[in-house]
Design a protein around this ligand. Structure first.
Ligand SMILES: NC(=O)c1ccc[n+]([C@@H]2O[C@H](COP(=O)([O-])OP(=O)(O)OC[C@H]3O[C@@H](n4cnc5c(N)ncnc54)[C@H](OP(=O)(O)O)[C@@H]3O)[C@@H](O)[C@H]2O)c1
Length: 362
Protein backbone atom coordinates (compact mmCIF):
# COMPACT_ATOMS: atom_id res chain seq x y z
CA UNK A 1 0.00 0.00 0.00
CA UNK A 2 1.19 3.55 -0.70
CA UNK A 3 2.15 5.13 2.62
CA UNK A 4 3.01 8.64 3.81
CA UNK A 5 6.64 7.62 4.46
CA UNK A 6 6.96 5.79 1.13
CA UNK A 7 5.55 8.59 -1.02
CA UNK A 8 7.35 11.43 0.82
CA UNK A 9 10.65 9.54 0.42
CA UNK A 10 9.88 9.17 -3.28
CA UNK A 11 9.37 12.93 -3.42
CA UNK A 12 12.73 13.43 -1.69
CA UNK A 13 14.34 11.25 -4.36
CA UNK A 14 12.88 13.07 -7.37
CA UNK A 15 11.26 16.35 -6.25
CA UNK A 16 14.25 18.59 -7.05
CA UNK A 17 14.18 17.54 -10.71
CA UNK A 18 10.72 18.98 -11.32
CA UNK A 19 8.92 22.33 -11.27
CA UNK A 20 6.84 23.85 -8.49
CA UNK A 21 3.99 21.72 -7.05
CA UNK A 22 4.94 18.68 -9.13
CA UNK A 23 4.10 16.48 -6.14
CA UNK A 24 0.66 17.03 -4.65
CA UNK A 25 -1.19 15.82 -1.59
CA UNK A 26 -3.19 12.61 -1.69
CA UNK A 27 -4.39 11.49 1.73
CA UNK A 28 -1.40 11.65 4.09
CA UNK A 29 1.04 11.14 1.19
CA UNK A 30 2.09 12.84 -2.04
CA UNK A 31 1.71 11.87 -5.68
CA UNK A 32 3.18 13.13 -8.94
CA UNK A 33 1.00 15.46 -11.03
CA UNK A 34 1.75 13.26 -14.05
CA UNK A 35 0.24 9.77 -13.86
CA UNK A 36 0.68 6.87 -16.24
CA UNK A 37 -2.43 5.45 -17.96
CA UNK A 38 -2.69 1.99 -19.49
CA UNK A 39 -5.92 2.03 -21.52
CA UNK A 40 -4.89 2.09 -25.18
CA UNK A 41 -3.02 -0.50 -27.22
CA UNK A 42 -3.60 -3.92 -28.68
CA UNK A 43 -4.06 -6.88 -26.33
CA UNK A 44 -0.81 -8.48 -27.49
CA UNK A 45 2.44 -9.75 -25.94
CA UNK A 46 4.40 -7.14 -27.92
CA UNK A 47 2.37 -4.26 -26.41
CA UNK A 48 2.68 -5.86 -22.96
CA UNK A 49 6.46 -5.73 -23.33
CA UNK A 50 6.40 -2.08 -24.38
CA UNK A 51 4.13 -1.20 -21.46
CA UNK A 52 6.38 -3.01 -18.98
CA UNK A 53 9.33 -0.93 -20.15
CA UNK A 54 7.29 2.29 -20.17
CA UNK A 55 5.85 1.74 -16.68
CA UNK A 56 9.30 0.88 -15.31
CA UNK A 57 10.74 4.05 -16.89
CA UNK A 58 7.92 6.11 -15.35
CA UNK A 59 8.38 4.65 -11.86
CA UNK A 60 12.16 5.02 -11.94
CA UNK A 61 12.07 8.63 -13.16
CA UNK A 62 9.56 10.45 -10.97
CA UNK A 63 6.03 9.25 -11.74
CA UNK A 64 4.36 7.46 -8.80
CA UNK A 65 0.77 7.26 -10.10
CA UNK A 66 -0.31 4.23 -12.12
CA UNK A 67 -3.84 4.03 -13.51
CA UNK A 68 -5.39 0.89 -14.90
CA UNK A 69 -8.70 -1.04 -15.01
CA UNK A 70 -9.50 -4.73 -15.06
CA UNK A 71 -11.01 -4.53 -18.55
CA UNK A 72 -8.11 -2.58 -20.13
CA UNK A 73 -6.58 -4.72 -22.82
CA UNK A 74 -8.55 -7.69 -21.48
CA UNK A 75 -6.75 -7.73 -18.07
CA UNK A 76 -3.31 -7.53 -19.67
CA UNK A 77 -2.79 -3.95 -18.47
CA UNK A 78 -3.34 -4.86 -14.81
CA UNK A 79 -0.98 -7.81 -15.13
CA UNK A 80 1.75 -5.73 -16.73
CA UNK A 81 1.36 -3.03 -14.06
CA UNK A 82 1.91 -5.78 -11.46
CA UNK A 83 5.02 -7.09 -13.22
CA UNK A 84 6.55 -3.63 -13.68
CA UNK A 85 5.87 -2.66 -10.09
CA UNK A 86 7.51 -5.84 -8.82
CA UNK A 87 10.59 -5.38 -11.03
CA UNK A 88 11.19 -1.61 -10.84
CA UNK A 89 13.71 0.00 -8.52
CA UNK A 90 11.02 1.63 -6.35
CA UNK A 91 9.27 0.62 -3.14
CA UNK A 92 5.69 -0.56 -3.44
CA UNK A 93 4.88 1.91 -0.62
CA UNK A 94 5.95 4.82 -2.86
CA UNK A 95 3.33 4.25 -5.56
CA UNK A 96 -0.37 5.01 -5.88
CA UNK A 97 -1.92 2.11 -7.80
CA UNK A 98 -5.45 2.79 -9.04
CA UNK A 99 -7.72 0.37 -10.84
CA UNK A 100 -11.40 0.13 -11.74
CA UNK A 101 -14.28 -2.31 -11.88
CA UNK A 102 -17.61 -2.14 -13.69
CA UNK A 103 -17.11 -3.43 -17.24
CA UNK A 104 -17.09 -7.23 -17.53
CA UNK A 105 -13.55 -8.05 -18.61
CA UNK A 106 -12.34 -10.74 -20.98
CA UNK A 107 -9.28 -12.81 -20.12
CA UNK A 108 -6.25 -11.88 -22.22
CA UNK A 109 -8.06 -11.76 -25.55
CA UNK A 110 -11.50 -11.23 -27.01
CA UNK A 111 -13.32 -14.58 -26.98
CA UNK A 112 -14.87 -15.92 -30.17
CA UNK A 113 -18.30 -15.71 -28.55
CA UNK A 114 -18.37 -12.89 -25.95
CA UNK A 115 -21.96 -13.71 -24.90
CA UNK A 116 -21.05 -17.29 -24.15
CA UNK A 117 -17.96 -16.16 -22.22
CA UNK A 118 -20.02 -13.82 -20.01
CA UNK A 119 -22.57 -16.58 -19.39
CA UNK A 120 -19.97 -19.20 -18.46
CA UNK A 121 -17.63 -16.96 -16.47
CA UNK A 122 -20.13 -14.72 -14.69
CA UNK A 123 -23.82 -15.56 -15.04
CA UNK A 124 -23.83 -19.36 -14.59
CA UNK A 125 -21.53 -19.33 -11.51
CA UNK A 126 -23.82 -16.67 -9.96
CA UNK A 127 -21.26 -13.81 -9.89
CA UNK A 128 -23.63 -11.64 -11.93
CA UNK A 129 -27.40 -11.65 -12.02
CA UNK A 130 -28.64 -10.96 -15.58
CA UNK A 131 -31.01 -8.35 -14.14
CA UNK A 132 -28.02 -6.38 -12.91
CA UNK A 133 -26.30 -6.25 -16.30
CA UNK A 134 -26.60 -3.18 -18.49
CA UNK A 135 -25.93 -3.59 -22.23
CA UNK A 136 -24.74 -7.10 -21.43
CA UNK A 137 -21.40 -5.72 -20.31
CA UNK A 138 -21.63 -3.36 -17.32
CA UNK A 139 -22.49 -4.04 -13.69
CA UNK A 140 -21.95 -2.24 -10.38
CA UNK A 141 -23.65 -4.75 -8.08
CA UNK A 142 -21.73 -5.21 -4.78
CA UNK A 143 -21.07 -8.96 -5.25
CA UNK A 144 -19.73 -8.40 -8.74
CA UNK A 145 -17.44 -5.57 -7.66
CA UNK A 146 -16.11 -7.74 -4.83
CA UNK A 147 -15.31 -10.47 -7.32
CA UNK A 148 -13.62 -7.95 -9.60
CA UNK A 149 -11.56 -6.43 -6.79
CA UNK A 150 -10.29 -9.91 -5.88
CA UNK A 151 -9.33 -10.55 -9.50
CA UNK A 152 -7.61 -7.14 -9.73
CA UNK A 153 -5.58 -7.80 -6.57
CA UNK A 154 -4.49 -11.10 -8.08
CA UNK A 155 -3.66 -9.56 -11.51
CA UNK A 156 -1.67 -6.78 -9.84
CA UNK A 157 0.00 -9.11 -7.36
CA UNK A 158 -0.90 -6.72 -4.53
CA UNK A 159 -2.42 -7.04 -1.07
CA UNK A 160 -4.05 -3.62 -1.24
CA UNK A 161 -5.23 -1.38 -4.07
CA UNK A 162 -4.67 2.28 -3.18
CA UNK A 163 -7.63 3.61 -5.14
CA UNK A 164 -10.49 1.54 -6.53
CA UNK A 165 -12.85 3.29 -8.93
CA UNK A 166 -16.38 2.35 -9.84
CA UNK A 167 -15.89 2.50 -13.61
CA UNK A 168 -18.14 4.79 -15.64
CA UNK A 169 -21.37 4.34 -13.60
CA UNK A 170 -23.22 6.59 -16.08
CA UNK A 171 -23.35 3.50 -18.32
CA UNK A 172 -26.12 2.29 -15.99
CA UNK A 173 -28.23 5.35 -16.94
CA UNK A 174 -28.77 3.79 -20.36
CA UNK A 175 -31.21 1.32 -18.81
CA UNK A 176 -31.98 2.67 -15.30
CA UNK A 177 -33.40 5.85 -13.80
CA UNK A 178 -31.02 8.27 -12.14
CA UNK A 179 -32.49 7.53 -8.69
CA UNK A 180 -31.90 3.80 -9.15
CA UNK A 181 -28.31 4.46 -10.22
CA UNK A 182 -27.68 6.56 -7.09
CA UNK A 183 -29.14 3.72 -4.98
CA UNK A 184 -26.91 1.20 -6.75
CA UNK A 185 -23.88 3.39 -6.25
CA UNK A 186 -24.65 3.66 -2.54
CA UNK A 187 -24.85 -0.14 -2.28
CA UNK A 188 -21.55 -0.46 -4.17
CA UNK A 189 -19.90 2.14 -1.92
CA UNK A 190 -21.12 0.33 1.21
CA UNK A 191 -19.38 -2.85 0.05
CA UNK A 192 -16.22 -0.92 -0.84
CA UNK A 193 -16.26 0.69 2.62
CA UNK A 194 -16.28 -2.86 4.04
CA UNK A 195 -13.33 -3.83 1.87
CA UNK A 196 -11.48 -0.73 3.13
CA UNK A 197 -12.05 -1.94 6.69
CA UNK A 198 -10.71 -5.37 5.63
CA UNK A 199 -7.53 -3.76 4.23
CA UNK A 200 -8.10 -4.72 0.59
CA UNK A 201 -8.30 -1.15 -0.62
CA UNK A 202 -7.32 2.18 0.85
CA UNK A 203 -9.69 4.60 -0.88
CA UNK A 204 -12.31 4.40 -3.59
CA UNK A 205 -13.48 6.77 -6.29
CA UNK A 206 -15.71 7.22 -9.31
CA UNK A 207 -14.19 7.22 -12.79
CA UNK A 208 -16.37 8.73 -15.51
CA UNK A 209 -16.39 9.75 -19.13
CA UNK A 210 -19.49 11.96 -19.30
CA UNK A 211 -21.21 11.95 -15.90
CA UNK A 212 -19.41 14.83 -14.19
CA UNK A 213 -18.70 17.08 -17.17
CA UNK A 214 -22.14 17.37 -18.76
CA UNK A 215 -24.93 19.74 -17.66
CA UNK A 216 -27.71 18.43 -15.36
CA UNK A 217 -30.23 18.00 -18.19
CA UNK A 218 -27.92 15.60 -20.06
CA UNK A 219 -28.89 11.90 -20.08
CA UNK A 220 -25.46 10.88 -18.70
CA UNK A 221 -25.37 13.42 -15.87
CA UNK A 222 -24.67 12.40 -12.28
CA UNK A 223 -24.59 14.96 -9.50
CA UNK A 224 -21.27 14.93 -7.68
CA UNK A 225 -22.83 16.31 -4.46
CA UNK A 226 -25.39 13.48 -4.53
CA UNK A 227 -22.68 10.89 -5.16
CA UNK A 228 -20.63 12.30 -2.27
CA UNK A 229 -23.69 12.24 -0.01
CA UNK A 230 -24.37 8.59 -0.95
CA UNK A 231 -20.77 7.77 -0.02
CA UNK A 232 -21.22 9.34 3.41
CA UNK A 233 -24.37 7.26 3.94
CA UNK A 234 -22.51 4.13 2.80
CA UNK A 235 -19.68 4.75 5.26
CA UNK A 236 -22.20 5.09 8.08
CA UNK A 237 -23.98 1.87 7.07
CA UNK A 238 -20.62 0.04 7.01
CA UNK A 239 -19.71 1.35 10.47
CA UNK A 240 -16.80 3.52 9.26
CA UNK A 241 -16.34 6.90 10.93
CA UNK A 242 -15.80 8.77 7.63
CA UNK A 243 -16.24 8.05 3.96
CA UNK A 244 -13.30 6.68 1.98
CA UNK A 245 -14.57 8.21 -1.27
CA UNK A 246 -11.47 10.16 -2.12
CA UNK A 247 -11.20 10.76 -5.86
CA UNK A 248 -12.92 11.22 -9.18
CA UNK A 249 -11.59 10.74 -12.68
CA UNK A 250 -12.83 12.50 -15.79
CA UNK A 251 -11.52 13.59 -19.20
CA UNK A 252 -9.84 16.97 -19.23
CA UNK A 253 -7.80 18.57 -21.97
CA UNK A 254 -7.59 21.69 -24.11
CA UNK A 255 -10.67 20.62 -26.12
CA UNK A 256 -12.55 19.03 -23.21
CA UNK A 257 -12.28 21.56 -20.39
CA UNK A 258 -15.89 21.11 -19.21
CA UNK A 259 -14.83 20.16 -15.67
CA UNK A 260 -13.59 23.74 -15.36
CA UNK A 261 -16.12 25.57 -17.52
CA UNK A 262 -19.50 23.85 -16.89
CA UNK A 263 -21.22 24.74 -13.60
CA UNK A 264 -23.33 21.66 -12.90
CA UNK A 265 -23.06 20.75 -9.20
CA UNK A 266 -24.93 22.38 -6.31
CA UNK A 267 -22.39 23.57 -3.76
CA UNK A 268 -22.78 25.66 -0.62
CA UNK A 269 -22.27 28.83 -2.66
CA UNK A 270 -24.43 28.00 -5.67
CA UNK A 271 -23.86 25.89 -8.75
CA UNK A 272 -20.21 25.03 -9.21
CA UNK A 273 -17.94 23.38 -11.76
CA UNK A 274 -16.78 19.83 -11.06
CA UNK A 275 -13.25 20.98 -10.29
CA UNK A 276 -14.42 23.62 -7.85
CA UNK A 277 -16.90 21.34 -6.11
CA UNK A 278 -14.36 18.52 -5.86
CA UNK A 279 -11.70 20.79 -4.40
CA UNK A 280 -14.03 22.08 -1.71
CA UNK A 281 -15.29 18.57 -0.94
CA UNK A 282 -11.72 17.29 -0.46
CA UNK A 283 -11.83 15.00 -3.50
CA UNK A 284 -8.69 14.45 -5.57
CA UNK A 285 -9.19 14.81 -9.32
CA UNK A 286 -7.33 12.66 -11.86
CA UNK A 287 -7.73 13.68 -15.50
CA UNK A 288 -8.04 11.13 -18.29
CA UNK A 289 -7.41 11.74 -22.01
CA UNK A 290 -5.12 14.58 -20.91
CA UNK A 291 -3.53 14.75 -24.39
CA UNK A 292 -6.77 13.96 -26.27
CA UNK A 293 -5.88 10.27 -26.65
CA UNK A 294 -2.75 11.24 -28.57
CA UNK A 295 -4.44 13.72 -30.93
CA UNK A 296 -2.96 16.79 -29.23
CA UNK A 297 0.50 15.66 -30.40
CA UNK A 298 -0.57 17.13 -33.75
CA UNK A 299 -0.95 20.61 -32.30
CA UNK A 300 -2.96 22.91 -30.06
CA UNK A 301 -5.01 25.99 -30.94
CA UNK A 302 -2.40 28.76 -31.37
CA UNK A 303 -3.99 31.15 -28.87
CA UNK A 304 -3.79 28.46 -26.20
CA UNK A 305 -0.36 27.11 -27.17
CA UNK A 306 1.34 30.48 -26.83
CA UNK A 307 0.33 30.72 -23.17
CA UNK A 308 1.57 27.27 -22.18
CA UNK A 309 5.06 26.11 -21.20
CA UNK A 310 6.57 23.14 -22.98
CA UNK A 311 8.82 22.19 -25.87
CA UNK A 312 6.18 20.27 -27.80
CA UNK A 313 2.39 20.26 -28.19
CA UNK A 314 2.14 17.24 -25.92
CA UNK A 315 4.20 18.91 -23.20
CA UNK A 316 2.00 22.01 -23.41
CA UNK A 317 -1.15 19.88 -23.29
CA UNK A 318 0.13 18.11 -20.18
CA UNK A 319 0.87 21.45 -18.54
CA UNK A 320 -2.65 22.66 -19.38
CA UNK A 321 -4.23 19.67 -17.62
CA UNK A 322 -2.04 19.71 -14.55
CA UNK A 323 -2.37 23.49 -14.14
CA UNK A 324 -6.14 23.46 -13.75
CA UNK A 325 -7.05 24.39 -10.17
CA UNK A 326 -8.16 21.29 -8.30
CA UNK A 327 -6.40 18.73 -10.51
CA UNK A 328 -4.16 16.37 -8.57
CA UNK A 329 -2.66 14.41 -11.44
CA UNK A 330 -2.96 14.41 -15.22
CA UNK A 331 -3.06 10.83 -16.47
CA UNK A 332 -1.34 10.27 -19.79
CA UNK A 333 -1.41 6.86 -21.42
CA UNK A 334 1.95 5.76 -22.79
CA UNK A 335 3.23 2.38 -23.88
CA UNK A 336 6.42 3.94 -25.25
CA UNK A 337 9.33 4.69 -22.89
CA UNK A 338 10.31 7.64 -25.16
CA UNK A 339 6.85 9.13 -24.68
CA UNK A 340 7.15 8.65 -20.92
CA UNK A 341 10.43 10.62 -20.92
CA UNK A 342 9.00 13.43 -23.04
CA UNK A 343 5.96 13.62 -20.79
CA UNK A 344 8.03 13.73 -17.60
CA UNK A 345 10.13 16.50 -19.15
CA UNK A 346 6.95 18.60 -19.44
CA UNK A 347 6.87 18.68 -15.66
CA UNK A 348 10.29 20.33 -15.34
CA UNK A 349 8.30 23.53 -16.09
CA UNK A 350 6.23 25.14 -13.35
CA UNK A 351 2.48 24.77 -13.84
CA UNK A 352 0.48 27.93 -14.54
CA UNK A 353 -0.96 29.75 -11.55
CA UNK A 354 -4.74 30.01 -11.19
CA UNK A 355 -4.93 33.49 -12.75
CA UNK A 356 -2.81 32.55 -15.74
CA UNK A 357 -4.98 29.46 -16.20
CA UNK A 358 -8.12 31.64 -16.17
CA UNK A 359 -6.62 33.88 -18.86
CA UNK A 360 -6.35 30.92 -21.26
CA UNK A 361 -10.15 31.10 -21.51
CA UNK A 362 -10.32 34.82 -22.35
N1 LIG B 1 -12.82 6.26 -17.25
C1 LIG B 1 -12.66 6.39 -18.52
O1 LIG B 1 -13.64 6.36 -19.28
C2 LIG B 1 -11.30 6.58 -19.12
C3 LIG B 1 -11.27 6.78 -20.48
C4 LIG B 1 -10.06 6.97 -21.08
C5 LIG B 1 -8.91 6.93 -20.31
N2 LIG B 1 -8.91 6.70 -18.98
C6 LIG B 1 -7.62 6.64 -18.20
O2 LIG B 1 -6.86 7.83 -18.47
C7 LIG B 1 -5.60 7.49 -19.07
C8 LIG B 1 -5.19 8.55 -20.08
O3 LIG B 1 -6.12 8.62 -21.16
P1 LIG B 1 -5.87 7.94 -22.59
O4 LIG B 1 -4.78 6.97 -22.54
O5 LIG B 1 -7.19 7.47 -23.09
O6 LIG B 1 -5.48 9.17 -23.51
P2 LIG B 1 -4.21 10.17 -23.50
O7 LIG B 1 -3.42 9.98 -22.29
O8 LIG B 1 -4.73 11.50 -23.80
O9 LIG B 1 -3.37 9.64 -24.80
C9 LIG B 1 -2.71 8.43 -24.83
C10 LIG B 1 -2.11 8.25 -26.23
O10 LIG B 1 -1.15 9.27 -26.45
C11 LIG B 1 0.06 8.70 -26.93
N3 LIG B 1 1.18 9.49 -26.35
C12 LIG B 1 1.59 9.54 -25.07
N4 LIG B 1 2.63 10.37 -24.93
C13 LIG B 1 2.90 10.86 -26.17
C14 LIG B 1 3.87 11.75 -26.66
N5 LIG B 1 4.77 12.34 -25.86
N6 LIG B 1 3.85 12.04 -28.00
C15 LIG B 1 2.94 11.49 -28.81
N7 LIG B 1 1.99 10.62 -28.40
C16 LIG B 1 1.97 10.30 -27.07
C17 LIG B 1 0.08 7.27 -26.43
O11 LIG B 1 0.85 6.50 -27.33
P3 LIG B 1 1.84 5.29 -26.91
O12 LIG B 1 1.01 4.25 -26.22
O13 LIG B 1 2.43 4.87 -28.21
O14 LIG B 1 2.90 5.84 -25.96
C18 LIG B 1 -1.40 6.93 -26.45
O15 LIG B 1 -1.79 6.46 -27.73
C19 LIG B 1 -5.87 6.11 -19.71
O16 LIG B 1 -4.70 5.41 -20.03
C20 LIG B 1 -6.71 5.48 -18.65
O17 LIG B 1 -5.85 5.03 -17.60
C21 LIG B 1 -10.11 6.54 -18.37
Amino acid sequence: MATADGTWSYRDRFGEEFGRTYFRRFGDGVVSSLGLGTYLGDPSDAVDERYEEAITAALENGCNVLDTAINYRHQRSERVVGRALAGADVDREAVLVATKGGFLPFAGERPADPGEYVREEYVDPGVVDREELVRGSHCIAPDFLEDQLDRSLSNLGLETVDLYYVHNPETQLQERSREVVYDRLEAAFARLEERVAAGDLRYYGVATWDAFRVPPDHASYLSLPEVASRARAAAKAAGNTATHLRAIQLPFNVHMADAFTVAAHEGSEGTESTLRFARRAGLNVFTSASIGQGRLAQGLPEAVAERLEGESSVQKAINFARSAPGVTSALVGASSPEHVRENLDACRFDPMGAEAFDRVFE
